[in-house]
Design a binder for this molecule. Structure first.
Ligand SMILES: Nc1nc2c(c(=O)[nH]1)N[C@H]1C(S)=C(S)[C@@H](COP(=O)(O)O)O[C@H]1N2
Ligand SMILES: [Mo]
Length: 198
C-alpha cells in the first residue's frame, strides 16, 4: 500500500485491472481536438495506402459486408479516466487487412481521421486480434461525438490511439509521430507501463 500519497480507492478495489494513476468513470467523457466532423455513411470511405502492394478504398457498404466482430474491453484515457466493460461491434482490423498486402518494409501505420487528426501505431500493436473498426458501443450506433461512422478501438493502449472518424490507414517504414505524439505524448502509450508522455 502506498502510505505517502492519497489512496486511490478504485485501485484498491480493482487491483491490476485498473492501470496505475487511473480512476474509474461511469459515464463516457467526450474528448477530442477540434470540431466534430459530420460524415454521412454514403460519403464515408476508408483509404488504405502507403506501403501496400495496391491501395484499397472501402466504402461503407463494403465495410458492412465484411464479417462482424464484437469485442469487450476496458478503455484508459491518458487524462486518467478509465471505463470498464465496453462492448464494441464492428469489423476486426484483421478482417480489413485481408484486403491488402503490406510491403515487407511496413513497420508502422498512421491512422488518419476526418477533420485531420492523426495517431501512429507500430504494426504489431495495430494487428492485434482484439482491435476493431467499431460502429457500435454497448449495442447502440456510435454518436457523432464518439466517432460515428467508424472509429478504431485499440484497447491495450491509451485511448488517444483509438482514432475517431477514421478515414485512412497509411502504412510506413518508420513509427512517425501523429498529432498528440508530436506534442509530447508517448509514441506507443501502454497504460500498464504508464507510457503517458515522452
Ligand atoms: N479523430 C480523433 N480521434 C480521437 C481524438 C481526436 O481528437 N480526434 N482524441 C483521442 C483521445 S485523446 C481520446 S481520450 C479518445 C476519446 O474518445 P471518446 O470521446 O469517444 O471518449 O479519442 C481519441 N481519438
Ligand atoms: Mo485522451
Amino acid at each position: 500500500m502506498n502510505l505517502f500519497k492519497g489512496r486511490n480507492k478504485d485501485r484498491e478495489l480493482y487491483g491490476e485491472r485498473l492501470p496505475s494513476g487511473q480512476k474509474l468513470t461511469e459515464g463516457w467523457p467526450v474528448l477530442h481536438y477540434g470540431s466534430i466532423p459530420k460524415i454521412e455513411t454514403a460519403d464515408w470511405k476508408l483509404e488504405i495506402g502507403g506501403l501496400v502492394e495496391e491501395p484499397v478504398t472501402l466504402s461503407w457498404e463494403q465495410l458492412q459486408a465484411l464479417p462482424k466482430f464484437t469485442a469487450e474491453n476496458d478503455i484508459h484515457c491518458v487524462t486518467t479516466w478509465s471505463k470498464f466493460d465496453n462492448t464494441w461491434d464492428g469489423v476486426a482490423v484483421s478482417e480489413v487487412m485481408k484486403h491488402v498486402t503490406l510491403k515487407p518494409e511496413a513497420t508502422a501505420v498512421m491512422l488518419h481521421a476526418y477533420g485531420g487528426y492523426t495517431t501512429n501505431l507500430l504494426l504489431d500493436d495495430f494487428l492485434r486480434p482484439e482491435n476493431l473498426i467499431a460502429t457500435h458501443h454497448n449495442g447502440e450506433a456510435l454518436t457523432r461525438e464518439h466517432g460515428w461512422p467508424a472509429r478504431l478501438v485499440v484497447p491495450h493502449l491509451y485511448f488517444w490511439k483509438s482514432c475517431k472518424w477514421l478515414r485512412g490507414l497509411q502504412f510506413m517504414d518508420k513509427n512517425q509521430p501523429g498529432f498528440w505524439e508530436m506534442y509530447g505524448y508517448h509514441l506507443r502509450g501502454d497504460p500498464f507501463k504508464e507510457e503517458r508522455y515522452s
